[in-house]
Design a protein around this ligand. Structure first.
Ligand code: 5AD
Ligand code: SF4
Length: 467
């Protein structure tokens, strides 16, 4: 009988991509995926240490798994991901019953590590050059969008961030391999790809013979059978005509730019070592808006960075008002051991962080709602992700504000994403749409976090445009 495994994934898209790759290696070795830790022969925790209190989470999960292992002594437990890279030895010391520890750069050695754990514990967190010699045996989770990593690691060393230490230096994946991976995903039925990298727009810079990121987008835009291209994350430092020009020209590249500003204060940005000022950032956004009219911009913001004064924080609010982001990911600064900001003077008290967090959240909610209401009456192209999971108060009129325009019950309600990455809830008449299908939706209501509407009868938009 084949062995069963379960992966518990924490953190970002890159970690989810890594879990899909790990799943590919494990299934190639004859393991079968399963959701139930009770019935598993191998449980892997794919950890993240960017922001979360990864330590507590991982150690308390390991405590639970210890009990499971008492019941089933054949169970093997593994820890991988960012936290394992950084703290492999400590995990090994504290947890005698962990069988396998490996870092984000050692995934391709999984087959030999699996054989090794039969004889005793295996720990491999060495920093090595990623193996780009061939396509990794990835097993993607279902959904219309496929993650494809185009680069590993990061060279930027923003002073708050642990990624350059956990994921190592930046390496661009050969473009030929990226094309091969995307073609394989399209053959599997994926119609949208989501390119991943810590800093996608520095793609190819260190590798002779490779295109720039803009060049890569142009090349991928020609991939047969692919309908949409997204990517994440761009660093404002490397954002310019090369990338924005390609975004404007390439039909498959979606009208959404995630461009994390982090702070609106030049002084804080300097201490974060971000490499741009607020004005330079705003100029890049203006260029994007000029070249991609109607494009949505989202951002990451950190409040409470060491030394952030009330005046610095006011600057962040000002940039937020000027930027009019469609949405933001908002974080309270959390010290990461070993990063320069961890030792900086002027750590901000939790109460001030909470207060600033609430103020940014409130302002952004108003902006998001206004922008989304502005889309009422328009028609957006939506890629279907599946039926809408029922939640009290959900209606096609929109999520949080309750809507109430039409009260239609499942299963005629579905959700998907617009090209600008809006989450769209919509009513659909007739035979259920397929996951990955494109439908035209008339927006009836915009709320803080989503759009609600009705799918137009197929062909209606084309007819209207033809007349
Ligand atoms: N504290 C708070 N937020 C952080 N991020 C990264 N490191 C930290 C930290 N130490 C946020 C940044 C980054 C996003 C992925 O996570 O906003 O863009
Ligand atoms: Fe971290 Fe900065 Fe690299 Fe992003 S660009 S992963 S914030 S060091």
């Amino acid at each position: 009988m084949s062995k069963r495994f379960t992966i518990i994934t924490y953190g970002c898209q890159m970690n989810r991509y890594d879990s899909e790759t790990i799943t590919g290696y494990l299934t190639a070795e004859g393991y079968e995926p399963g959701d139930d830790p009770e019935g598993a022969d191998l449980i892997l925790l794919n950890t993240c240490s960017i922001r979360d209190r990864a330590e507590q989470k991982v150690f308390s999960q390991l405590g639970r798994l210890r009990k499971l292992k008492k019941k089933n002594p054949n169970l093997k437990i593994g820890v991988c991901g960012c936290f394992a890279t950084r703290e492999g030895e400590r995990i090994a010391k504290r947890n005698g019953d962990v069988d396998l520890i490996f870092g984000t750069q050692n995934i391709s050695k999984l087959p030999e590590m699996l054989r090794g754990i039969e004889a005793g514990r295996v720990c491999d967190t060495e920093t090595v050059e990623p193996d780009f010699s061939e396509l990794a045996p990835i097993r993607r989770s279902c959904g219309p969008s496929a993650y494809v990593s185009i680069a590993r690691g990061c060279d930027n060393f923003c002073s708050f961030c642990v990624v350059p230490y956990t994921r190592g230096p930046e390496w661009s994946k050969p473009s030929a391999l990226i094309v091969e991976e995307i073609e394989a995903a399209v053959r599997e039925g994926f119609r949208e790809i989501h390119l991943l990298g810590q800093n996608v727009n520095s793609y190819g810079k260190k590798t002779e013979g490779e295109p720039t990121f803009g060049g890569l987008l142009r090349r991928l835009d020609e991939a047969q059978g692919l309908e949409r291209i997204r990517f994440m994350t761009s660093n404002p430092q490397d954002c310019g005509e090369d990338m924005i020009g390609a975004m404007a020209e390439c039909k498959k590249v979606c009208e959404h730019l995630h461009l994390p500003v982090q702070s609106g204060s030049d002084e804080v940005l300097r201490r974060m070592e971000r490499g741009y000022t607020a004005e330079e950032y705003l100029a890049k956004m203006a260029l994007y808006r000029e070249r991609v009219p109607g494009g949505a911009i989202t951002s990451d913001i950190i409040v409470g960075f060491p030394g952030e004064t009330d005046a610095d924080f006011e600057d962040t609010l000002r940039v937020l008002k000027e930027s009019r982001y469609d949405n933001i990911y908002l974080f309270k600064y959390s010290p990461r051991p070993g990063t320069p900001a961890d030792g900086m003077a002027g750590q901000v008290a939790d109460e001030a962080k909470d207060e600033r967090f609430r103020a940014v959240q409130q302002l952004q909610r108003e902006i998001s709602e206004e922008l989304h209401r502005g889309l009422e009456g328009s028609v957006v192209e939506v890629m279907v992700e599946g039926p809408l999971r029922e939640k009290a108060g959900n209606s096609p009129g929109g999520g949080e504000s309750g809507g109430g325009l039409l009260q239609i019950s499942a299963p005629r309600r579905y959700m998907g994403r617009s090209r600008a990455n809006h989450r769209v809830h919509f009513h659909f008449e007739g035979p259920p749409p397929q996951i990955g299908e494109m439908v035209e939706v008339e927006v009836l209501r915009g709320s803080v976090s989503n759009l609600g509407g009705v799918a137009l009868p197929q062909g209606a938009v084309l007819e209207e445009r033809a007349t």
